[in-house]
Design a protein around this ligand. Structure first.
Ligand code: AMP
Length: 563
């Protein structure tokens, strides 16, 4: 297929903000790519499936260089266009238009060529990488039309701006493959597609199997990351019983981060976070504990990695160990200074078989059999099965006394639903509410804090649209050794600035913070219609992405409670 045809779809998608219209545009496109399902990735602004975390590694600077070299205009011209338009894709288009007045282009680029060149980018390493990357991009830009250049550059920078989230892709597949007669059938099919996607984390595979009526063939595969099950909140123990049934399994809710331990046959363990990042190299300790103490040829095990103080053995809050997730160097040193313990709480695949439809009680019995517990290395999550509120309350007090975040209450009969925030288990936490939110902008401080970004605009999610809900500036430290500091966050944000406006900057929405607040107020000042009062940063969440942040619905629910 010509890349131009894909660009036409981008253009149509960009013209409307209505979900239904986007769905119809996409369904039409899907009809054309039944034999090339991989082209779905391009629509997503990607070249690999969602479970594949490889990145192009293209900075704005490199993209500017590529545009400059392929057009013959110098870099400062590209930069000044970029400053005007705030979007390198648009800048590339504009500059190409100017260039094209003098030179006519004739070659067509195919989607195969785009996929081939872009897929080479993450593979390049070592000497000459930058040059090699530039050449691959320039080769594409040289035969691109201005519009193609716009979308190529946006793809390279992982910033498509055409507004296709997974919900819309899912609905488009439903519309094309099933042509549902009514809303009930539409919902039912959407659920099937969603379930298949949550196992596969790959829209091309789901689309292909849906056309062949073989969705049932999609299965779990150790080594390929799968979405984790998520848990809604319960108000208290009584509420938890109502949601998950009585008796229920109560477990300590540890304040660490989620890890999926994957064992393939005759291979070492691979570890994924809940945003499907492969963090195996960062956690040789976890790999060791799991391979030495879990028996089985193949498995996918769900657990929480919790930090503890190596001297006092006291558990530490997540923020203290969060740096281990991203750090690529001095791993051994970190392993000693910030040790972790694995708290195993679920299993979804064992020795060649998926267990997601088995009741939780059975899954727990299996982990009790196959995991050898060793304190401060690997242990099962502390659990109490009870139908008695008083016993559950006592267990809750114990969890809090030991410095844990609260409790989980789990249905004994429920299956495991990857990717779903469903009431098969719920979390119970004491007062002191918090939301995970994404940073969309920030402001430089003044005086002593000049040079640091000190106030952060945070947003929640409403069907793929980010809505502001406040500014947060407390909770960060001035001295890096005391915890998450202004300097650390400033460094991270500076890499993803999209636009500057005086002291204010806009950033790519990538960085997630856990923000504590005292209450929520209605507020016309923010696009969500709400404002957090007394917000405070509790943690930086490198293990979480934009898909994990609070939804507007959750915000509304919490706001209603306060009335
Ligand atoms: P939250 O991050 O507040 O939505 O709480 C859910 C998270 O708690 C899960 O994603 C896990 O990372 C973590 N967690 C800690 N202990 C457990 C447990 N025993 N069972 C399930 N999840 C747990």
């Amino acid at each position: 297929m010509d890349y131009q045809e894909v660009c036409q779809v981008y253009r149509d998608l960009e013209k409307t903000s209505k979900g239904l219209e986007k769905t119809t545009i996409l369904a039409k496109f899907l009809a054309k790519i039944k034999t090339e399902p991989e082209l779905i990735y391009l629509i997503q602004g990607r070249v690999f499936p969602d479970y594949d975390e490889r990145e192009f590694g293209i900075s704005e600077q490199l993209a500017i260089k590529a545009i400059s070299k392929s057009t013959g205009f110098n870099e400062s011209r590209v930069v000044s266009e970029f400053k005007k338009l705030g979007d390198l894709g648009l800048s590339a288009e504009k500059i190409m238009q100017d260039k094209r007045q003098s030179t006519l282009f004739s070659k067509k680029i195919t989607t195969d060529k785009v996929l081939a060149n872009l897929r080479k980018l993450p593979e390049l390493e070592g000497k000459g990488t930058v040059e090699h990357k530039l050449n691959l991009i320039i080769e594409l830009l040289n035969s691109a039309s201005p519009e193609e250049a716009k979308y190529l550059v946006r793809t390279l920078l992982a910033d498509m701006k055409v507004g296709v989230g997974s919900g819309i892709l899912r609905d488009a597949i439903v519309e094309l493959v099933y042509q549902p007669k009514d809303i009930t059938e539409k919902k039912e099919k959407a659920l099937q597609i969603q379930e298949a996607y949550d196992k596969a984390t790959d829209f091309a595979e789901v689309f292909e199997k849906a056309i062949l009526n073989k969705l049932g063939e999609i299965s779990l595969n150790p080594g390929k990351p799968v979405k984790v099950m998520l848990y809604p909140k319960a108000e208290n123990i009584e509420d938890a019983f109502k949601i998950v049934g009585r008796p229920a399994a109560f477990e300590f809710k540890y304040d660490g981060f989620r890890m999926m331990l994957n064992k393939q046959e005759n291979k070492d363990i691979t570890i994924f976070t809940r945003r499907l990042d492969n963090v195996t190299n960062q956690f040789p300790d976890a790999v060791k504990y799991a391979s030495e103490n879990i028996s089985g040829k193949t498995f996918i095990i769900d657990c929480e990695a919790v930090g503890f103080d190596p001297k006092t053995k006291k558990y530490r809050p997540f923020q203290d160990i969060s740096q281990r997730i991203k750090r690529k160097y001095e791993i051994e040193k970190l392993e000693k200074e910030l040790p972790i313990e694995l708290k195993i709480f679920d299993i979804i695949y064992y020795n060649g078989k998926s267990l997601i439809n088995e009741p939780f009680k059975k899954r727990r019995e299996l982990i009790e059999k196959i995991v050898k517990s060793i304190s401060y290395k690997i242990q099962l999550a502390e659990q109490l099965i009870t139908g008695d509120e008083k016993q559950a309350e006592e267990f809750y007090d114990r969890a809090l006394d030991e410095g844990q975040e609260g409790l989980m209450a789990k249905s004994l009969q429920a299956p495991y639903k990857p990717g779903a925030r469903i009431g098969y288990a719920v979390k119970i936490k004491p007062e002191g509410e918090d939301f995970d939110l994404v940073i969309t902008g920030a402001e430089y401080g003044t005086g002593k804090r000049a040079g640091w970004l000190t106030s952060f605009d945070v947003a929640c999610n409403s069907d793929g649209e980010l809505l502001d809900i406040g500014k947060v500036s407390t909770g960060l430290k001035e001295k890096p050794e005391e915890g998450l500091s202004f300097l650390e966050l400033t460094k991270l944000l500076k890499k993803i600035i999209i636009k500057e406006d005086g002291r204010h900057v806009f950033v790519k929405p990538e960085i997630v913070l856990t923000v504590q607040y005292q209450n929520i107020q209605k507020s016309p000042s923010y696009s969500s219609g709400y404002a957090l009062r007394f917000p405070r940063v509790r943690a930086l969440r490198p293990d979480r992405g934009i898909q994990d942040i609070a939804t507007l619905k959750e915000v509304e629910k919490e706001a209603r409670k306060e009335l």
